[in-house]
Design a protein. Structure first.
Length: 250
């Protein structure tokens, strides 16, 4: 099914029968993707007297309590509530779910201190001629399927420099998605410069903007323009597990 969409003064033709899921699922195995020293997600049947929420243990239904951390267990989308003193929730701040997005692939640059970073220059080069995308989706190299299982804790993964975020703000990007557990350095003394810069907190807070981390963009997905459907669970929390889905513009 090819649909024609008119948005931002342009026409986009999209096949909504060919979704591309770029989320990493939450699961209970030790080989799950994780960060920030959190444990894998837990699924535990509710037990109340003789009743047990597990069909394989004699229960009539599976009735499980789920324990997880949205920032450390799989793909998640966060709002400014992640860094603010005020209580902002992703469910209240994200109220539109379809966006024009650009997928770009970046080889992070190594600094003298050994860090691998995404610079303003790299973003400028890759987004040149892309217009003003509402969302930017960053795939970093290398891009093996180990990203679906890696534990990033204490590995200092690649991150985005403040100057790079400033460029995305100048471009008008509303939603930033990346395949790393954070857009900031793992240990930065609590500065979180990239987060603060993207949301312009607290000087001119941009409540409508979101950051999605821990995605995985398969290698067979080419760089270019897509329609992004950014799906979240309705959590009244700063972040929620999410399922970003791409549709190629044809």
């Amino acid at each position: 099914m090819i649909a024609t969409i008119f948005h931002l003064g342009k026409e986009f033709r999209v096949d909504f029968f060919k979704p591309i899921d770029i989320s990493i699922p939450l699961h209970t195995g030790q080989d799950c993707a994780s960060a920030w020293y959190v444990q894998p997600m837990k699924l535990e049947p509710v037990v109340m007297g003789d009743c047990v929420g597990d069909v394989n243990k004699g229960g009539s239904v599976n009735f499980r309590t789920v324990t997880f951390n949205p920032h450390g267990n799989g793909t998640h989308t966060e709002c400014v509530g992640h860094i603010s003193k005020e209580f902002y929730t992703i469910n209240k701040n994200l109220n539109r779910f379809m966006f024009i997005a650009e997928v770009i692939t970046i080889l992070p640059e190594q600094l003298d201190n050994g860090d691998f970073v995404i610079t303003r220059k790299a973003l400028q080069t890759l987004l040149k001629g892309s217009g003003k995308p509402e969302a930017v989706i960053i795939r970093t190299l290398s891009n093996g399927t180990n990203k679906l299982h890696i534990n990033y804790s204490n590995t200092n993964p690649p991150y985005i420099l403040k100057e790079g975020i400033e460029f995305l703000n100048e471009l008008g990007v509303l939603h930033l998605l990346i395949d790393m557990p954070s857009i900031d350095r793992e240990q930065d003394g609590g500065k979180l410069e990239a987060h603060h810069t993207f949301w312009n907190y607290p000087n001119n807070t941009q409540l409508h903007k979101t950051i999605t981390e821990f995605i995985y963009v398969p290698n067979e997905v080419f760089d270019g323009t897509y329609i992004l459907n950014l799906q979240i669970a309705p959590f009244e929390n700063d972040a929620s597990p999410s399922k970003p889905v791409l549709y190629k513009v044809v």
